[in-house]
Design a protein around this ligand. Structure first.
Ligand SMILES: NC(=O)c1ccc[n+]([C@@H]2O[C@H](COP(=O)([O-])OP(=O)(O)OC[C@H]3O[C@@H](n4cnc5c(N)ncnc54)[C@H](OP(=O)(O)O)[C@@H]3O)[C@@H](O)[C@H]2O)c1
Length: 290
């Protein structure tokens, strides 16, 4: 598996990333298998958030690290913060909201480190744009976390290009990614400036739900026939379509099945022809390019 610096001053990530959002739906043993299979396939980067699995998935993942002391050094950990919702684990929250206060960011990272059983995150992302975000406070929290060695790099998720540029202007170090939804069922970022801005900032998107969260495209029959041309599966072809983009997208796959991690990892070897890429875009949008 290819490994690349996501930004010239940023961390090196595996080109395909394993996302832990759905991992509370399987057993602790299966989570261990998902981690080991990812690493065996060269997928060394893992995507988390404080809230995944009702604030439980980081701990499930951390249990595997606590049992296998050598594992942590073989991986990069990304987590997110900023979303709060009502839960038995968060009894003081009564309404879903965003919190990007300095106090919450620092508290959330310290909690993530405890749950994951690690002393640092390779990257922390602000999960969603917060209409009450004070960029000076975010910059202070990031600087403090960086200075303490608790977070090595910072990024955002689901930010518009102007929100990204605005926050970047308050920081003395680069935002290393914007994690956004990109797939054959969400091609907007290729045209709405999301990817352009990241290229301008010499960084890359992490693409969440790169397989549309498992919902197959309407043109399945054509996709399957295209897949057979490449001796690939539908999901491998869908990932190859993202990997072909010159902005160097890092897809974050979310399967809970180890064998599907192995399957997805092979997408890296598929080099899509330009016309096949455009034909898939046409199927995705339902129209020819102008
Ligand atoms: N930043 C954000 O706001 C945000 C939002 C959502 C997600 N994320 C991140 O993105 C990651 C991926 O999201 P996602 O889970 O929606 O991604 P995905 O890879 O598009 O979808 C995974 C889903 O597709 C199903 N699936 C069906 N056929 C599959 C196949 N052949 N190969 C692989 N999966 C197949 C999986 O089921 P099985 O489990 O049965 O294989 C699983 O339910 C999350 O884990 C999280 O880290 C971030």
């Amino acid at each position: 598996m290819e490994r690349l610096a996501i930004h010239p001053q940023g961390p090196t990530f595996s080109r395909i990333v394993s996302g832990a959002w759905r991992w509370h739906t399987v057993s602790q043993d299966t989570v261990a298998k998902l981690i080991h299979t990812s690493l065996d396939e060269g997928i060394t980067t893992f995507d988390h958030a404080d809230i995944y699995g009702d604030h439980g998935n980081e701990e499930i993942f951390g249990n595997v690290l606590r049992k296998n002391l050598g594992l942590r050094s073989k991986m990069e950990l990304v987590s997110k913060c900023g979303i709060k919702f009502s839960s038995l684990k968060r009894p003081k929250t009564w309404v879903k909201h965003y919190d990007t206060s300095s106090e919450h960011i620092i508290w959330s990272v310290e909690n993530s480190l405890k749950m994951l059983g690690t002393d640092r995150l390779e990257a922390l992302l602000i999960h969603r744009p917060d209409p009450l975000m004070n960029p000076t406070e975010v910059a202070e929290a990031f600087s403090q976390l960086k200075q303490d060695g608790k977070v090595l790099h910072f990024g955002v998720s689901n930010f518009t290009p102007s929100q990204f540029a605005m926050l970047q202007s308050f920081l003395s170090f680069p935002l290393i990614t914007n994690q956004i939804e990109i797939s054959l069922s969400r091609v907007d970022p290729l045209f709405n400036g999301d990817l352009d801005l990241l290229m301008q900032h010499k960084t890359s998107a992490m693409a969440w739900s790169p397989l549309s969260g498992g919902k197959l495209n309407a043109n399945d029959r054509e996709m399957f026939s295209k897949a057979s041309k490449y001796n690939a599966s539908y999901s491998q072809l869908s990932l190859a379509w993202l990997l072909r983009h010159p902005s160097v997208i890092f897809p974050v796959i979310g399967t809970t099945k180890p064998e599907r991690i192995t399957e997805g990892a092979k997408a890296i070897d598929i080099k899509l022809d330009r016309q096949d890429w455009f034909e898939m875009l046409q199927w995705a949008t339902g129209r020819e390019v102008a």
